[in-house]
Design a protein around this ligand. Structure first.
Ligand code: ATP
Ligand code: MG
Length: 277
């Protein structure tokens, strides 16, 4: 049995290290697969470049995502191993606020892992969990192997699907099926980020609690107001904004800048801006 790492509070990467520990623990419990750890590493690299904070662009994308889900007829939140491990409680809270169904959807499918994730979600208060075992009897067209299996009453018939940490192929296939797809992906250059209807470029560990908070705020908003939020959102523009943040952040830190602060267009500003943008 491997020992857990003791992480000093003042370590500059403390939160990032805690998340790693949690993923390793989930690997031992059969919720996360090895490939999930590697995928997380790619995410961490982009998070580092973003300064490990939620940008104004991510906040804007979160607002549009919650609005589009509140307007949906049949919204579904798709859950894989990493998502279950990192934010099972927030998934359940968000789905409940948005009247969305929760579906387990794994890239590397096994019945044991589906059941483990279902159990974890139920421990956090989920009632029905879709996509487990024989429930996932429908196929996403044009996708090969086990990755294509979805639940008839879940993703298959959904009009809006939230896919935190999805693969590009599946995102594209879901969009081709006519669904509105919301991705959470720290890499603004990935195929997932580029093909989703709305991409939240943020760490799911920060984005999901913010989505819950935003859902509470907008839950009773008029449809006109929600429509307005969705209409004024452009994914291409939003992704450009996130990329600009990365570019100028890297340039500034490369010049030896410390604790840089960027304005909403990714330009450095003097003085401290609070984290709420
Ligand atoms: P794509 O298939 O979309 O072209 P990819 O093949 O580069 O992307 P995948 O391995 O399919 O990437 O999926 C991992 C993605 O998930 C990466 O883009 C990574 O940035 C993102 N990711 C990993 N962990 C997190 C996290 N905690 N929060 C947000 N995004 C994350
Ligand atoms: Mg991929």
């Amino acid at each position: 049995m491997q020992e857990s790492l003791i992480i000093p509070e003042n370590h500059p990467r403390a939160e990032s290290l805690r998340v790693r520990e949690r993923l390793v623990e989930c690997l031992r419990k059969g919720i996360v697969v090895e490939q999930g750890l590697i995928a997380h590493g790619r995410g961490e690299a982009f998070d580092y470049l973003l300064g490990e904070r939620t940008t104004v662009y991510a906040r804007e994308a979160i607002r549009a995502s919650v609005a589009i889900m509140l307007l949906a007829e049949h919204p579904v939140v798709s859950v894989n191993g990493n998502v279950a491990c990192l934010c099972a409680g927030d998934v359940v809270r968000l789905a409940s606020l948005l009247n969305a169904r929760i579906e387990v959807n794994l890239f590397y499918r096994s019945y044991e892992r589906e059941k483990a994730i279902e159990m974890l979600l139920k421990e956090h208060g989920a009632h029905t969990v879709y996509g487990v075992g024989d429930r996932a009897s429908m196929s996403i067209p044009e996708l090969m192997s086990e990755r294509r299996r979805v639940d008839r009453d879940g993703i298959y018939s959904a009009d809006v699907v939230l896919v935190p940490l999805e693969d590009g192929d599946r995102t594209e296939a879901l969009v081709r099926m006519g669904k509105k797809v919301i991705a959470v992906d720290l890499n603004p250059l990935s195929r997932t980020a580029r093909s989703a209807t709305i991409t939240i470029v943020d760490n799911i560990t920060r984005a999901m609690p913010l989505m819950v908070e935003t859902a509470r705020e907008l839950k009773n908003a008029a449809r006109d107001r929600l429509n307005g939020i969705v209409k004024s959102f452009s994914n291409a523009r939003n992704l450009e904004g996130s990329l600009a943040m990365i570019r100028s952040g890297v340039a500034d830190r490369g010049r030896g800048g410390d604790d840089i602060t960027l304005d909403s267009r990714g330009k450095q500003v003097v003085g401290v801006m609070d984290d709420d943008g």
